[in-house]
Design a protein around this ligand. Structure first.
Ligand code: ING
Length: 311
């Protein structure tokens, strides 16, 4: 019996600073309704879906910074999203800035949750690879202060059983690191859900700008193929607060092939019926880790004379 999961990648166009959470949730609910019409079981939203990408600004006041965080999930503003999804019988993956109270301390993470069709939160991930910088760098055309506003995620890369599959999550910059997919691949992940906010201009390496689309696709294709997993990558794209951001949301099969791709830069739902067993032929052959991986040999040989010193 083939296991099929119909997935909707719900790309968001720009969320400007003036847009309220209410405005955004209305757009997310519209995505859910279209997804139901398209026969989806699961809808994936981008990273930090509820607000504009605020790490682009230097802010000194913690109260202003915290205004971009969710202090509870669901909250009054996000409850309509949970209610609509439950009524439609849809699951969803949502990225947001999480302010958590843990062990008497306030913790702040760039977080993604997986919500089942009954509205229960069945998975949580906190972004590990935080790009950018932690101090104000006024010479930049815009900031990228994720290292200042978020802590490094402390949940690892969990793989949970949901929607009849082994589901994993990561967020944005995580998708560029092979470790991200391999840690989940070693847990037999069958579908990785991720959202991203990717400025097309990368101030530290402007020569990479023209390759933004290629690097986005390359990262997700490699992760999918090398671990025999589906990868669903969902953008918040378009020009947000004057910053051109990559759209190009896509669904990548375990073969590495892109099977669905957004055409525009605005709110756009792309849908694919994903065969959850499509990764098996890769996991059982080329990427049969038990047969072919040699973890005992994976170490850096730095004492050998003349070997290039790893930087
Ligand atoms: N954004 C970007 C990303 O990894 C970036 C940061 C941009 C890194 C361009 C490298 C090149 O897609 C987030 N939010 O991680």
């Amino acid at each position: 019996m083939t296991r099929v999961l119909t997935v909707g990648a719900a790309q968001m166009g720009p969320i400007q600073r003036s847009h309220t959470r209410r405005d955004v949730v209305e757009r997310l609910v519209a995505h859910l309704r279209e997804a139901r019409r398209m026969g989806c079981d699961l809808v994936v939203f981008p990273e930090l879906t509820l607000t504009t990408f605020f790490p682009r600004w230097w802010m000194a006041e913690q109260a202003e910074i915290d205004s971009f965080f969710e202090h509870e999930m669901p909250s009054n503003e996000t409850a309509p999203l949970f209610n609509e999804a439950r009524q439609l019988g849809l699951g969803f993956c949502l990225g947001y800035a999480e302010l958590a109270k843990e062990g008497g301390e306030i913790r702040r993470f760039n977080t993604s949750i997986l919500v089942d069709s009954d509205g229960s939160i069945v998975g949580k991930y906190r972004k590990i690879h935080l790009p950018g910088h932690s101090e104000h760098e006024p010479e930049r055309p815009f900031q990228h202060l994720e290292k200042r506003y978020f802590e490094v995620g402390n949940l690892g890369f969990p793989v949970v059983r949901a929607f009849g599959a082994n589901m994993g999550m990561c967020i944005c910059n995580d998708r560029r690191w092979p470790e991200t997919y391999r840690i989940m691949g070693l847990q037999n992940v069958e579908m990785v859900l991720l959202g991203y906010n990717t400025p097309i201009h990368n101030a530290p390496a402007p020569d990479h700008d023209e390759h933004s689309w290629f690097h986005n696709q390359l990262s997700m294709q490699a992760g999918a193929y090398q671990n025999g997993t589906w990868v669903v990558g969902v953008a918040k794209g378009g020009t947000e607060e004057g910053i051109p951001s990559l759209a190009d949301s896509m669904i990548v099969a375990p073969s590495g092939k892109v099977v669905a791709r957004a055409g525009g830069e605005g709110d756009e739902l792309i849908v694919h019926r994903c065969d959850l067993d499509a990764g098996q032929s890769y996991k059982r052959s080329t990427f049969n880790f038990a047969v072919h991986r040699q973890p005992d040999q994976y170490r850096m040989i730095v004492e050998r004379k003349g070997a290039a010193d790893p930087s």
